[in-house]
Unconditional design. Structure first.
Lengths: 998, 536
């Protein structure tokens, strides 16, 4: 018999309950002759093992094993920290076998957390700048001083009604729901994200289809996987997804990967489809066309769950509303996407397109597909790539099926926190400008240009796990505005480590790494729901040994805080007497009028908001908080599918109205209290028409959170908000379409976005083990193109964008398509002072110079390396053993902003001219004219079709918006609307989690 | 009986390096060293390009050559099949690094002792799987008891076709690969670019000379570009656009230091001179050709060069203060141990010889005659068996090595005796004539064997590659100018001149000096060429 051990999801081990406890089953099967992956949890409080460095002497070390959650990407995999009982230091971090998503496994970044904790370069005390901002002079300051100053600035802005001058700009949130409480409590619309350098287009494409802005592929059960991503190499959610993709592969699933570059994912696939960047939608629609013309689609699913009635009603009102007519129209409108057309656009052979279509159709409802960044984030119109991809899920009926792709929120759980503030009454136009009413989400890349245009100023600007100077396009414009104290009055950087952005802060406030903080979160890593709990492991270990701490920083190294406590403390100081109405949200749910402790926050949530958790805890004789401290992960439900088929409760149907054509069911009844704090999507402004479901074959079902409650092949929203020609899945030619390239001028499409399996955006500069493995980002160029340019691997290339150029080495390879060049995005870290400003494991010393631009408001900047990475002496003997010199080359500086007019995505791909570097060019050089950058911004801004839309709204009310303001704030005229259906009960709406950040 | 092994399933490996990092964390592996690593290979022309991964590490061989060569029993095979090591016993001789055909060992810069994957024996003894196994996201690394039919590893071996690395080495590895690409598991099939996909080529031999390396890297980093740094590491890289060719290319790997350098080359040289001294002087003494002064002189050379040999050997240890362990806690299977005994005894004999020579104790000399000759030959020649145990270096495992060392001893003994005779015994023309003939025989004999070594059919492609390194590669200048021209052609002409045209004594002395310098050049080329071939 063929035994597939990978499928042995949950082994049944004989387990002896200890002290009446029945521990849950671990997610790790063992058939290794008595060897196991992890110490049994009964022994976690006192686990003795042999010290490896003393081996073969059996030197015993005793550990308190404390689980926590990795913070090195969004996947939130489980970790077990081995806290040495003697030294109270973390010896190592392994996987947590009780985490249902990561199942005891990690990628390289998990164990590398240890480097981050022990990094001799980390910041241990708050710093305040001395001298001009960006001048590089710092002095240590007390937390009290920093908190008081910042709190006073925030209080003034709130009291003086300058609420939109407050900004909290977050890169990797690493948490669900906490800040969603803090900012509305202040009454501000301060949240800004990194989303539009990441995933705006994929979000928009998915959201227009299904309300949810992320896909949740059920890889483990798929028969065919179409990946426009790199899930076997990087991306969200690398480790959990890679596990499940490989499971499926071993079980016989086929994998196809669309990527102009041979990623490690493509290297493991059955099909590598190197498509010309931006042509992906053409291929996908051609696949759709073949499936349609050959009648291989799932007609039942399409008829039941696509809003074809609405499409016919609005676009073809002159004929009958029948499914047969819809299918005819569908076939007619997609017939222009022939396989030959796809070949012409993408260079994928037409025969391959047909073959793919047939394989995908054969996989049927077990077809998993996913795009997140990649093609969507690279190209103008990339949101239609996501729309075209999900079209294939719809046609094959593989939506929310075993092996299919589900809306992400069905596989995510966000518990309701204690005492939730109402939605803020203000709308921040610096993040949510009128020009981009459909953006997903904040227009973070445009902030420097908005400030330059005088659209506003920032009284208090927080950056948190966010490095816009380095990560965002056009970093020199960021440097210009960050150094302008009239535009940014105070900048506090919340970070465990130095970054290029921290250099331009007034306060650098050290915050804990993954094992030094609390957070909760839940992500759609498989077709179930789980809640994860990050905890500060040394604090927990020491508390288990009887010590008591009021704050986590008491157990952290130096004066490193955790953010949760920082926000409580800051909020308290903003409103010390409660007169602003802010303090109440930071009072203990257990001790009236007293400041909430972080333990109380989570204790309340675990006791009151997580279904099944109190019972599971009781079965082990634990309180819910103790249970979560013991396991840090709880599976709320296992694999579930087809949530849209859930029937509407009869009580809800009382007095409901059903639209005779579309079957939409609406009610005027108030919404029942929510059971979780997920984003509200699909709400209606009209209190008398709250959608609750849709009639499908005579049965009232809850459907999808869209205005039609069906999958919106036809988006009325796009039509009504200025994009009628894009209302159905379509192919938009990218700004790097091949027709825009002049090969005789050595013009190439540059793919600058790909990630490496070992690095974490710009956050792994503090890991020696990760940087030892990856520290170069040469330009991938095809052999034939290299021959044309007369270069070989190692030669210097000058890569010219619209606003400047950079100089990097060539990597001549057969692993990229001709005409396209690619460069990984992690590397090219730099610092401006020898001993601080950036991690010496990973940064080159650079110098900056500038002169006035000849092209408008800005400067002509040059960044040049003084020297590469060098060994140095520190507490860690490894710092003298750093053997690599290369820090890579910073390319994002040379990219102007390219906001997609619909999604707001920064369209990363660049049309570049590449030539052999000249005698004055040096490795690492970056030259940029920010005057030109501002002009490019104006050009792209002119592509936008500004709001307001119908009803004078700034944004469609049904669409997801993180940190959703009150309904009144949606109105441009701010006239008080009738109380909206969902808003008469504050708790009924929330957007915590923002659908996860990406 | 438990027998642990690994199966590495490359249908599942995604090249994520989690195993590498988890191992570093578990075992505190310093920067620049790796107990396990993932190698990347690319091949095929666009769009049929593929990338292959291989997880490399100690193969826990059934017949582990590192265990055999280790002089102090620091490396040993446990009953459960794990090849483990004790840092406490290690003297840092690096012979294990030469013996291992898989580049699995390194010198830990913290302890200056050898280290490698030991199957996380400290974990298995507590019932836990190795750290690399439990971290792997895709369960591509399977551990367990090969003898337990219920185990996953045994089941996988029964069901799947597996490969082992370098089966020709006869080590019987206990790491089995499923679906590994042949190019990826066979060293030398893929081209080596000047830098990699996302890293420089490295690490260079940081762990061997920490202080110098630090300074050197500071200089490299100071204002220099990675391209030029990379080219400094280019080594065997063929010129031109290799990353773009459709042949297989290594796109990520870790480099391994070449553990033996000039000290080992010089040791071979001092040994030839020292061992050759009595091996040549002995018969001449017996035949009555040696004056008392020259007899003592031969003893002096033998003693002095044997001491120098010992100094070099101890100096080359990473833990020189532990050198006595070779003698006191010996591994009888290691030729390093036998060599140490031989050198010790020979040094003793040489000292007594010198003493007897100085005191004019003829009867004592007669007693020392046979031991002196035999031990001299043994001292010169035992290295053939030592290098024969360097299983990883096929070039060194040549059947000609014994003869080459004996010829070199003749060369070294004759040359040094010529030089001593020229000082203390100038009038003895008959002796000088014999010595000249012996030296000529040594020079030509060595050269003949060297030519045979480099130009006859090679045992395998690694030997051929090493020979090419010597003949045409980076060592060619030293081989042809230093050895062939200076060390062979010049002395041959001079010596023939002495024998046939009556050139003065100075010509013999010059020939002897040139031959000795040339011999050193060859030993250096030979030591470097042997280590020039990639093993992983």
């Amino acid at each position: 018999m063929k035994v597939n051990w990978l499928r042995t999801d949950r082994p049944r081990r004989t387990k002896v309950p200890v002290e009446g406890r029945i521990p849950p089953e671990p997610f790790v099967p063992e058939r290794a002759s008595g060897l196991v992956s992890y110490p049994p949890p009964e022994q976690w409080d006192h686990w003795t093992e042999y010290e490896s460095t003393a081996w073969p002497h059996k030197v015993e070390r005793t550990y308190q094993i404390v689980p926590t959650i990795c913070f090195n990407c969004e996947a939130a995999c489980g970790l077990l920290a081995y806290v040495d009982k003697e030294t109270r230091e973390i010896r190592k971090l392994e996987g947590n076998p009780y985490h249902p998503s990561s199942r005891g496994r990690n990628c390289a970044k998990g164990p590398a957390t240890l480097n981050q904790v022990n990094d001799p370069e980390r910041i241990l005390y708050p710093l305040q700048r001395v001298g001009p901002r960006g001048g590089g002079k710092w002095e240590r300051v007390s937390w009290d001083t920093a908190l008081d100053d910042i709190a006073a600035r925030i209080r003034r802005a709130i009291v003086e009604d300058r609420k939109t001058e407050l900004f909290y700009h977050v890169g990797r949130p690493g948490e669900d729901g906490y800040m969603d409480r803090v900012l509305p409590a202040w009454g501000v619309d301060a949240h800004n994200s990194h989303t539009n350098v990441c995933s705006s287009s994929a979000r928009a494409g998915y959201a227009f289809w299904m309300g949810n802005d992320r896909p949740s592929p059920d890889y483990a059960n798929a028969r065919f996987i179409l990946a426009l991503n790199a899930h076997l190499e990087s991306g969200h959610y690398f480790n959990p997804y890679a596990q499940r993709i490989v499971e499926a592969k071993l079980a016989g699933a086929k994998i196809a990967v669309m990527d102009p570059r041979l990623s490690n994912t493509a290297a493991n696939a059955d099909y590598w489809l190197p498509t010309w960047p931006g042509s992906e939608a053409a291929v996908l629609l051609a696949i759709a066309n073949v499936i349609l013309q050959e009648d291989r689609f799932d007609a039942t699913f399409v008829r039941r769950w696509v809003n074809w009635e609405e499409f016919l009603q609005h676009e073809h009102p002159d004929g009958p509303v029948s499914f047969e007519r819809f299918v005819e129209l569908l076939k007619a409108s997609y017939s222009r996407y022939s396989p030959e057309f796809a070949e012409q656009e993408s260079r994928i052979p037409a025969a391959t397109v047909v073959q793919l279509a047939r394989e995908i159709a054969a996989a049927g409802s077990a077809f998993a597909a996913h795009v997140w960044r990649g093609a969507s984030s690279g190209n103008l119109g990339g949101w239609q790539v996501a729309r075209a991809l999900f079209f294939l899920n719809v046609l094959t009926g593989s939506v929310a099926t075993p092996g299919g792709t589900a809306p992400n929120l069905w596989n995510k759980f966000v518990p309701i926190p204690p005492k939730r503030p109402p939605h803020q009454q203000v709308w921040n136009l610096l993040s949510w400008p009128l020009e981009y009413p459909l953006a997903h989400h904040e227009m973070s890349i445009l902030l420097p240009h908005f400030l330059k245009e005088g659209r506003g100023k920032l009284a208090m600007y927080f950056t948190r796990v966010y490095n816009p100077v380095w990560t965002n396009p056009d970093g020199f414009s960021w440097m210009e505005v960050l150094q302008d104290e009239a535009k940014v009055e105070c900048h506090a950087c919340l970070t465990p480590t130095w970054s290029e952005t921290a250099w331009f802060a007034d306060y650098v406030l050290p915050m804990g790494h993954g094992p030094e903080r609390h957070d909760t979160f839940s992500y759609e890593t498989y077709a179930g729901q789980w809640l994860g709990f990050r905890q500060p492991v040394v604090r927990v270990a020491r508390e288990r040994q009887g010590e008591r701490f009021t704050y986590t920083y008491e157990a952290n190294p130096g004066e490193v805080w955790e953010e949760d406590e920082f926000w409580i403390e800051l909020s308290w100081r903003i409103d010390p007497d409660g007169s602003l109405g802010i303090r109440q949200y930071f009072e203990s749910p257990y001790r009236p009028d007293e400041k909430m402790s972080i333990e109380e926050y989570y204790r309340w949530m675990f006791e009151n908001s997580v279904p099944g958790l109190p019972e599971a805890a009781a079965a082990e004789g634990l309180t819910p908080l103790e249970y979560m401290r013991q396991y840090t992960a709880f599976e709320i439900k296992g694999e579930t599918y087809r949530d849209q088929e859930t029937e509407v409760a009869p009580v809800e149907l009382e007095g409901a109205r059903v639209d005779p054509v579309t079957g939409l069911i609406t009610t005027g009844q108030p919404a029942p209290p929510p059971r979780e704090a997920k984003p509200s999507i699909g709400a209606s402004l009209d209190a008398t028409r709250r959608p609750i479901g849709v009639m499908v074959d005579g049965v009232a079902r809850v459907g999808f959170p869209t205005p039609s409650r069906k999958l919106e092949f036809y988006s009325r929203t796009l039509k009504e908000w200025g994009w009628p020609e894009e209302a159905i899945p379509n192919y938009i030619r990218s700004h790097v379409h091949y027709s825009a390239m002049d090969a005789s001028r050595n013009e190439f499409a540059l793919v600058p976005t790909f990630r490496l399996p070992t690095l974490i955006h710009t956050r792994s500069g503090n890991s020696k083990w990760l940087n030892e493995i990856s520290h170069s980002n040469p330009i991938w160029i095809h052999t034939s193109d290299a021959q044309q340019l007369g270069v070989v691997t190692g030669d210097l290339l000058k890569v010219m964008t619209e606003i400047g150029h950079y100089v990097n080495r060539a990597w001549v390879t057969e692993a990229i398509m001709p005409g396209v060049v690619a460069c990984s995005h992690h590397l090219g870290r730099w610092r401006l002072a020898e001993h601080e400003g950036m991690e010496r494991w990973s940064s080159a010393l650079a110098e900056l110079s500038h002169e006035p631009s000849g092209d408008g408001p800005g400067q002509r900047w040059r960044l040049r390396y003084v020297h590469g990475i060098q060994p140095w002496t520190s507490d860690d003997p490894d710092s003298e053993r750093v053997w690599w010199q290369d820090a890579g080359v910073h390319q994002n500086l040379t990219f102007p902003v390219h906001p997609d007019p619909v999604s707001g995505m920064h369209c990363w791909h660049q049309k570049v001219q590449v030539e052999k570097a000249g005698p004055d060019d040096r490795y690492g050089d970056v030259v940029v004219d920010t005057g030109k950058a501002h002009k490019v911004y104006r050009d792209w801004l002119s592509l936008a079709r500004p709001g307001p839309g119908p009803d004078g709204l700034r944004r469609p009310f049904w669409l997801f918006r993180p940190y959703r303001p009150a309904a009144e704030a949606y109105r441009v005229d701010r006239a008080t609307p009738p109380p909206p259906a969902d808003l008469d009960r504050r708790e009924a709406i929330d957007e915590s989690g923002a659908g996860g950040s990406g | 009986v438990t027998k642990y092994g690994f199966v590495i399933d490359h249908r599942k490996c995604i090249g994520c390096h989690a195993c590498t990092v988890a191992c570093k964390s578990e075992n505190n592996v310093p920067l620049g060293s790796f107990r396990t690593w993932v190698k990347y290979i690319e091949k095929g022309a666009f769009p049929n390009t593929r990338r292959y991964f291989t997880i490399e590490r100690c193969q826990h061989c059934e017949d582990a050559p590192c265990v055999e060569i280790c002089p102090t029993r620091a490396l040993y095979k446990r009953h459960d099949g794990i090849v483990d090591f004790t840092g406490d016993r290690c003297i840092g001789c690096k012979s294990c690094m030469q013996a291992c055909p898989y580049d699995a060992l390194y010198i830990d810069p913290n302890t200056h002792t050898a280290a490698k994957c030991h199957y996380c024996a400290h974990r298995t003894d507590r019932g836990l799987l190795p750290a690399c196994v439990i971290v792997c996201p895709t369960k591509a690394i399977i551990a367990g008891d090969l003898e337990d039919p219920a185990s996953e590893i045994a089941e996988t071996l029964a069901r799947q076709q597996v490969q082992v690395r370098r089966p020709d080495q006869g080590t019987r590895p206990q790491v089995f690969y499923v679906a590994a690409d042949e190019t990826a598991i066979t060293p030398g099939l893929a081209a080596q670019p000047p830098s990699y996909l996302r890293s420089q080529v490295g690490p260079p031999g940081v762990d061997l000379e920490p202080k110098g390396a630090l300074e050197r890297m500071r200089q490299l980093a100071q204002g220099s570009t990675p391209a030029s740094d990379g080219s400094a590491q280019r080594g065997m890289a063929p010129p031109g656009n290799i990353a773009g060719s459709t042949q297989a290319v290594t796109v990520y790997d870790v480099a391994h230091p070449k553990p033996w350098g000039w000290k080992v080359a010089t040791y071979l040289w001092t040994k030839s001179v020292g061992g050759g001294a009595l091996a040549v002087a002995g018969p001449l003494l017996a035949a009555g050709f040696l004056s008392p002064a020259l007899t003592a002189g031969a003893g002096l050379i033998a003693a002095l060069f044997t001491v120098l040999t010992a100094v070099l050997l101890v100096w080359d240890l990473k833990r020189p203060e532990r050198f006595w362990r070779v003698l006191l806690t010996p591994n009888p299977r290691s030729w390093l141990v036998w060599g140490a005994y031989i050198l010790t005894l020979y040094g003793l004999v040489a000292g007594l010889w010198l003493l007897s020579g100085l005191l004019g104790a003829g009867s004592a000399l007669r007693l020392l005659l046979a031991p002196g000759i035999l031990l001299g030959l043994a001292a010169a020649a035992y290295s053939a068996f030592l290098f024969g145990q360097a299983e990883g270096r096929d070039f060194w495992q040549s059947p000609l090595l014994l003869w080459q060392l004996l010829a070199a001893a003749l060369l070294g003994g004759a040359a040094s005796t010529v030089l001593v005779a020229a000082v203390v015994d100038t009038g003895n023309t008959r002796l000088l004539e014999i010595l000249t003939i012996l030296l000529l025989a040594g020079v030509l004999g060595t050269f003949g064997i060297v030519l045979a070594e480099l130009y006859t059919l090679h045992a395998n492609k690694d030997v051929a590659a090493a020979a090419a390194y010597a003949k045409r590669g980076p060592a060619a200048t030293r081989l042809w100018l230093g050895y062939a021209l200076l060390g062979v052609a010049l002395p041959t002409l001079l010596l023939l001149g002495v024998l046939t045209a009556g050139l003065p004594l100075g010509a013999s002395m010059l020939a002897a000096l040139a031959a000795l310098v040339g011999l050193w050049c060859y030993e250096d080329v030979w030591v470097r060429a042997g280590q020039s071939v990639a093993m992983s």
